[in-house]
Write a protein that binds this ligand. Structure first.
Ligand code: THU
Length: 125
């Protein structure tokens, strides 16, 4: 699947983000080697620390459905370009250190990174 299409899938779930506290909507779409896509949004909580980012929502959905072998994640925000936070970088690193990470303000201006670039020397046991 093209990066552009994956990014559009991330954009398509922005409407589902639960963001009563920040108002900052984020969507993610995680592609597996099999070609399956798992989307996720950020889900905030009154106990702020309980908030889950879009990237982790997508990853947890995938793992709990038995999917693995993640190839690419695309991340879309309602405003601007959202890079994965530190916790999400480490969370994704557990499953796919070589993951491709696609971010951008819109589908015409996508930027590509690897997770290893974004999280050098990530932690693994
Ligand atoms: N957020 C994400 O979902 N992903 C990111 O990569 C950055 C931050 C969420 C968490 C919170 O709901 C909101 O954006 C503002 O920090």
């Amino acid at each position: 699947m093209e990066d552009r299409e994956l990014f559009q899938k991330a954009q398509s779930v922005l409407k589902n983000a639960y963001v009563p506290f920040s108002g900052f909507r984020v969507g993610a779409a995680l592609l597996t080697a099999e070609g399956k896509v798992f989307t996720g949004v950020n889900v905030e909580n009154s106990s702020y620390g309980g908030t889950i980012c879009a990237e982790r929502t997508a990853c947890v959905k995938a793992i709990s459905e038995g999917a693995a072998d993640f190839v690419t994640i695309a991340i879309a925000a309602e405003q601007g370009c959202a890079f994965p936070c530190g916790i999400c970088r480490q969370f994704l690193y557990e499953f796919a250190p070589a993951l491709r990470v696609i971010v951008g303000e819109d589908e015409e201006h996508l930027k590509e990174y690897t997770l290893q670039e974004l999280l050098p020397e990530g932690f693994r046991i």
